[in-house]
Design a binder for this molecule. Sequence first.
Ligand SMILES: [Zn+2]
Ligand SMILES: [Zn+2]
Length: 402
Amino acid sequence: MASLVPELSSEMVRNIARQDARPAGSRQSRVISGRMYAMRRPSSLIAPRSRPLLLAAAVVGAVALGLLGPGAAIGKTARGKRITTTTKRRNGATTVKARPTTTTTIPAVPVTVPILGGAASVRRQGLGAVDLTRLPLGTNKYGSSAAPGSVYRCPAPSGPPTPNDGVVLPWINGSTFDLVHKVAVAGSVPWSGGAFAATPQGAMRVLAGNDLPPHTTGVFPVAVSDPAYKYRPNPSAIAANGFSVSVPLNPSVAAAPSCLGGEIGVTLNGIELFNAFDADGRDAVAEETQDHCEGHPNVFGYHYHSISNCLADPGSGHSQLLGYAFDGFGIFGHRGEGGKVLTNADLDECHGHTHAITWDGKTTVLYHYHATWEFPYVIGCFRGTSTVRSPAFGTGGEGPRR
Ligand SMILES: [Zn+2]
Ligand SMILES: [Zn+2]
């Protein structure tokens, strides 16, 4: 027996004991160059070819030392082979057999996908087949009537847009942009004192708050040292901006859609929601410098141009209510009925559809808007009969930044 057991350093013994104590599954985190090692040792100390032998010998040694005890011990060789070591005791003698069998390592499927250069992530559940590295650029996609994939905008822009200010954004490739690699404004600034409530009052729902984020934000004004600074530095600071907007409690669909001002609604975390454009007619999600929650301030306050990744939308079925539009209809996340991740093709020209939803605790067949990954992200026009007009927040939309 003793001849089977090589010399074990005290470090190797400790490593084996640790390995045995680790929960199942933790071994998956130690894939080294596509191969798995059951033992954690300085790899430079041992030549790769000798690892399997040493490993098997170490397991055998551990059994002999009583660390693993009789029964089965499992290890893996450098070539992904699984070693099952069994022990038998008969008449006080212990026989140890090591039998390698081939196994396949199945990598864990990540449940989130990084965006904004790793500053944030989104749930795979809400992505479907969408390729976040090639989203359609919405710059200039607006008009004076409702159309799918476009914003019905009012008042009509007074002059031609100025989409090209000479700034080259490396995450924009022709007619698409790459949200995965877009730069995010750096920082993790906490805020306190945020307040928001959506309160039924007669036939109306009062949306009142102060626009202070309930989550951390980037540093604004954008710091000179921030990699985002060289693209479109935002000189505005985040400040409270009190608002109180009344929308219909039970909105109804109008005979014809109506146009959007700069402000289009409020999210349930109390943040102002703007349409998909910046002040110059550019796709705000693609071209503006935003933080890890896809928000940023103008001179009045913090706002989103899309449904922020910082708004939780758990589950796998139809998305949850995440905000209210200024016509009173609800704004839901990316998933439609049965959990299908929606695109513009699934929605009408205003970016919504009608089916049974949970509305104020009851199941009701009602029109509602959905978020999509593609432009115009939240709303293309108002579908409801009653529409609060921008500037309900006092901002009028993107406006100048200073
Ligand atoms: Zn729906
Ligand atoms: Zn903005």
